[in-house]
Ligand binder design. Structure first.
Ligand code: NAD
Length: 522
């Protein structure tokens, strides 16, 4: 009831940002936080369920509401009901126009409820509320709209077969899709999986990250309100190792769409085929190199962009340019710029104003990242800026944006995905060395170059092994541009864009024998 009051207030527009903490807390206080899984368009009775380990908010250390953990029986139920709904055609057999309307309405409701969804995410994973509401929620809604628009444009192919047969190839939904998502862009992470899968007519069982389950659960409830039939979208909360793994292995799951760390991605690839063969899409971590090269016409802008991208979301972005490679003659200037702008990159209370940076996702991450930075300086890296936890809100989990020069190329800081606001700087003399250094990683998610020398830019683009290459501008956030990694960053499938839609279908070949036969005996 309280959530409905909140929604009515927000129907016209979500709250953009809060001027003071009291305002934010008043909204947080009103929220009814979902605490149990969502199956068959209803909250699961939590009577027999265990609670998951309680989590502290990275914003200020408060204990977040308990979540009741789904178990194997619940996964069995969710998958089997989703499978029945799929085979009955409860969703896929609705007219394309009806399904499109439902997805469009999901986008409307997501926007209308952005305030409550983003307050939950802010307290759960520490990102500034204003950024969540102005970027993540907006992009997630856009993602649903974009895929909704494709629903009534799915076409097959006519195939001229030999002789007396004609045929066609049609696209058919896969069945029950298991979607496993991380926490770092909570609403976008689920939108990238759900929107194309649902648009293609699949039923979905989603296992969101433990750190960001509340908004996923609430969104599923909104999806039902938007008209999604029961069992088409189910959300089972629980730990990755138990509930996630059981879901991925499930014989009645037809396909697995995963985003998360490379370590988990490898496990998912292995376990998915345990009981049956199924398509698996894994989008994983990164350690992306950005090269500032001769002919970079606006060094200031390039360095600012790299810093903005690597420190944004407290460095918890898969394609963050966490390795900065600089042409040696430009190093001093680059260092001056980084030190000069470091004052603009400070973590702030994520609840108020419009700060760029908030908290890390957990207190554990503060210690983990600090240990990596200390090891690197012990190994000879020079600390240019940052390098310690930050005291922003008592009880919170904050770390200063940090830049280190002279980082050992094979040390942990250079090779591991830090997933925190830490930039490692390297210098090179020749373009070939820059390409070799860029490729000296098991990850291959993204790589970028800043130069006006077209030949060098193209040589870099051809030489780097990465799923996404950026020239003179980091990232391409447009929903129509496919995004995904190679190597340990992913298995070559993509999120976003038409590639993401294509992977949600199987193709079937149908033939008709046109031979005219003499009538047989009656
Ligand atoms: P994670 O691997 O710890 O968890 C991701 C999801 O997998 C969670 O829902 C988790 O519960 C589940 N999981 C864990 N073990 C599992 C198992 N054995 N079987 C099935 N599911 C299991 O990752 P995280 O910390 O949530 O997210 C951060 C990671 O995600 C980073 O590495 C980041 O780079 C990556 N990421 C990649 C992209 C991309 O598009 N490439 C986008 C966002 C995040």
């Amino acid at each position: 009831m309280r959530n409905q009051t909140l929604a009515r207030k927000e129907e016209s527009q979500a709250i953009d940002s809060f001027d003071d903490v009291a305002q934010f807390e008043a909204i947080a206080e009103q929220l009814v936080w979902p605490q149990t899984s969502w199956v068959g368009n209803a909250w699961v009775d939590c009577g027999t369920q265990q609670t998951m380990p309680l989590r502290r908010s990275p914003v200020d250390g408060r204990i977040l509401p308990a979540l009741f953990e789904g178990d194997m029986a619940l996964v069995d139920d969710a998958v089997s009901q989703a499978r029945s709904a799929f085979h009955r055609g409860d969703w896929a057999h609705l007219s394309p126009a009806s399904r499109k309307q439902v997805l469009l309405q999901m986008a409307v409701l997501l926007e209308a409820h952005a305030t409550e969804l983003c307050v939950m995410d802010c307290l759960s994973m520490g990102k500034p509320y204003a950024r969540l509401v102005q970027q993540d929620a907006v992009k997630a809604a856009e993602c649903f709209r974009w895929f909704a628009e494709w629903i009534d444009k799915v076409q097959g192919e006519y195939v001229p077969a030999n002789g007396e047969r004609i045929g066609w190839v049609e696209k058919t939904p896969l069945g029950v899709v298991a979607a496993i998502t991380p926490w770092n862009y909570p609403l976008e992470n689920i939108a990238w999986k759900l929107a194309p899968a649902l648009a293609a007519g699949n039923c979905v069982v989603l296992k969101p990250a433990e750190q960001s389950s509340y908004s996923a659960l609430r969104f599923a409830q909104l999806a039902a309100q938007a008209g999604l039939p029961a069992h088409v979208l189910n959300v089972v909360v629980g730990s990755g190792e138990t509930v996630g793994q059981y879901l991925v292995e499930h014989p009645d799951v037809s396909a697995v769409f995963f985003t998360g760390s490379s370590r988990t991605g490898r496990t998912v690839c292995n376990s998915a085929s345990r009981h049956r063969i199924k398509p698996v899409s894994v989008e994983c971590g990164g350690k992306s190199p950005a090269l500032i090269w001769h002919g970079c016409s606006n060094l200031q802008e390039a360095v600012e962009e790299v810093c903005g991208r690597v420190f944004g979301n407290a460095g918890q972005t898969c394609n963050a340019p966490s390795r900065l490679i600089v042409a040696r003659p430009l190093l001093d200037q680059v260092r001056q710029i980084i030190v000069g702008i470091s004052g603009t990159h400070v973590p702030c209370d994520p609840r108020v104003g419009r700060p760029q940076h908030g908290a890390l996702c957990s207190h554990f991450d503060v210690e983990r990242i600090d240990a990596l930075v200390r090891t690197a300086t012990d190994e000879g890296a020079e600390l240019w800026v940052g390098g310690s936890p930050a005291d922003v809100v008592p009880g919170g989990a904050y770390y200063l944006p940090t830049v280190l020069g002279n980082v050992a190329p094979h040390g942990a800081l250079a090779q591991q995905e830090v997933f925190g606001p830490v930039l490692s700087v390297f210098t090179v003399d020749h373009l070939d060395d820059a390409i070799a250094l860029a490729n000296d990683s098991r990850y291959a998610l993204a790589a970028g170059i800043y130069t006006d020398h077209l030949g060098d830019a193209l040589a870099f683009q051809r030489g780097v092994y990465a799923g996404n290459v950026y020239i003179n501008g980091w990232g391409m956030d447009d929903i129509s541009v496919p995004f995904g990694g190679l190597g340990d960053s992913g298995n070559g499938t993509k999120d976003k864009g038409l590639r993401a839609f294509e992977k949600c279908f199987a193709s079937r070949s149908i033939t008709i024998c046109t031979k005219r036969r003499a009538p047989g005996p009656t």
